[in-house]
Design a protein around this ligand. Structure first.
Ligand code: HEM
Length: 468
């Protein structure tokens, strides 16, 4: 079939696809089961994705001891719903999650609990309402065009697409959420984030062993790091503040700066404002950059799918105010399938705060529940050919997917506040890129996902951008 003759979307669903190559991308080999616990710890430091053995991909619940506590890996949609939605208040973030993320995002929305969390969520949520997201596609399209023009001017055809997406999503988050350019800060921001991800973000044995409130040696090093990290964020926030706060708010920054809780009459302190800024910046750009990277990788392996997605993108007007109205079901399905195979948030971990019973197991406070999108999305009982890249699963008209079998953004009260933001942004960026360039791998095809805080590639992967 000629790629250019493809009618977007419809051909992807039609029988033609039977002749197409839909790859099963490589994945890390799971550790053997049974194994001594020290091998699991080592693996959690190196790459958590290999720490789940083969049975995790066929059993609905796996229970076992973890450093004197019970740990449940849940793949059963009903049990997942119980923990994330029905009895969500009986759970909180684990001590190791707090240890690793607190130095980066403080007590912002991601880590806050109880009344502090409810108050923050009330203030932040309006900025992510559908009405507010109307402008996002236009901003994402404009920023992508501009970044691609820069590459073209520099005459670069071989590109590190992950680095490209990381800078681009940072710029888009800066403009869409805070009406400011992060360009002058992005090199320093990215360098610090990379330093943290390569070392301090890896959990130590004591990080996993000790309950919250105990200080581990790794935490001391993280606190030193946090000083330079928050100094940079304070500088960015001060620069943005100097441009003035508008009432009514024009963006999320204004809303945060003006936020005054009607119930308590209290606003955010300067420290809280910086921590909220850090939370949204980190949660809001690295994950989306990874979703884009894995989408591009999968499309480079599946050339026919890439051509159908590109034809769809080229048939739409992605410029200016028309961008939000672009119909991109295939490109969006590619992003959703990339989020299934390579969920950037590979595990959602909860620590029981109160006794509970889940899938026939009694949990005491301190016990752990792990819901791992990485495992869940590749589970043999929940997915047909789970290892295969097949974006048709997400096209309109495809069989419905169980809400609790596909959790790239979590579920329940702590569901990702930026889920729609991320999907709109990633779909638009990918569409603009595909409309202009064919994506090919410029080196060896094999790349393995590695999970430390997020699911990233095990090496830099050069792509060749061939003009269409
Ligand atoms: C592909 C991109 C993204 C992925 C895969 C992702 C994934 C997730 C997941 C799984 C959670 C729930 C964690 C849990 O329940 O423990 C979460 C929460 C959160 N996400 Fe995202 N996210 C993405 C993009 C974004 C964006 C664009 C923003 C903001 C601009 C954002 C901000 C947040 C915040 C603030 C929370 C905490 C919400 C709360 O606890 O109330 N995320 N994200």
């Amino acid at each position: 079939m000629s790629a250019t003759a493809a009618a977007p979307g419809s051909d992807l669903r039609s029988g033609f696809i039977e002749e197409w190559f839909l790859p099963r991308p490589p994945r890390p080999r799971p550790l053997p089961v049974p194994r001594p616990q020290w091998r699991t710890f080592l693996q959690l430091r190196r790459n958590a994705l290999a720490s789940w053995g083969e049975p995790a991909y066929r059993e609905l619940v796996i229970a076992g001891p973890f450093l004197g506590r019970l740990s449940l890996l849940l793949n059963e949609p009903g049990a997942i719903r119980h923990v994330l939605v029905d009895n969500a208040e009986a759970y909180g973030r684990s001590a190791s999650t707090l240890r690793i993320l607190h130095p980066m995002i403080g007590d912002g929305l991601f880590l806050a609990e109880g009344e502090a969390w409810r108050r923050q969520r009330r203030v932040v949520a309006p900025a992510f309402a559908p009405r507010q997201l109307g402008l996002l596609a236009a901003i994402a399209a404009k920023r992508t065009e501009r970044a691609l023009d820069r590459l073209a001017r520099e005459g670069r055809s071989v590109v590190d697409l992950l680095a490209f997406f990381q800078h681009l999503t940072l710029e888009i988050a800066g403009e869409a959420l805070f009406s400011c350019s992060l360009e002058p800060f992005s090199a320093r921001l990215r360098a610090l984030l990379q330093r943290y991800g390569e070392g301090l973000a890896r959990p130590s044995f004591l990080d996993l062993l000790l309950p919250a409130g105990w200080t581990t040696p790794a935490e001391l090093a993280r606190r030193r790091f946090a000083r330079s990290w928050f100094a940079l964020l304070e500088e960015i926030v001060a620069t943005r503040r100097a441009r003035g706060i508008e009432d009514p708010p024009r963006d999320l920054f204004d809303a945060l700066a003006l936020a005054c809780d009607p119930e308590t009459g209290r606003g955010f302190s300067s420290k809280e404002l910086v921590e909220q800024f850090a939370t949204l910046l980190i949660a809001g750009h690295e994950t989306t950059a990874l979703a884009l990277f894995w989408s591009a990788y999968l499309l480079a392996l599946a050339c026919e799918v890439q051509e159908v997605a590109a034809a769809e993108a080229r048939a739409q007007n992605l410029v200016g105010e028309a961008a939000p109205r672009a119909a991109l079901p295939v490109v969006r399905a590619v992003v959703q399938e990339a989020l299934r195979l390579y969920p950037p948030a590979f595990a959602i971990v909860r620590e029981a705060r109160a006794p509970d019973e889940v899938a026939g197991h009694r949990l005491a406070p301190g016990d752990l529940v792990v819901i791992a999108p990485w495992v869940l999305h590749r589970h043999r009982k929940l997915w047909d050919e789970p290892e295969r890249f097949d974006p048709r699963r997400f096209l309109p008209g495809a069989p419905a997917i169980d809400r609790f079998a596909y959790l790239p953004f979590g579920a329940g009260p702590r569901v990702c506040i930026g889920a729609q933001f991320a999907l709109i942004e990633a779909t638009t960026v990918l569409a603009v890129l595909l409309a202009r360039y064919q994506l090919r791998l410029a080196g060896p095809k094999r790349v393995l996902p590695v999970a430390v805080v997020t699911t990233h590639p095990d090496r830099r992967l050069p792509f060749r951008l061939v003009p269409r």
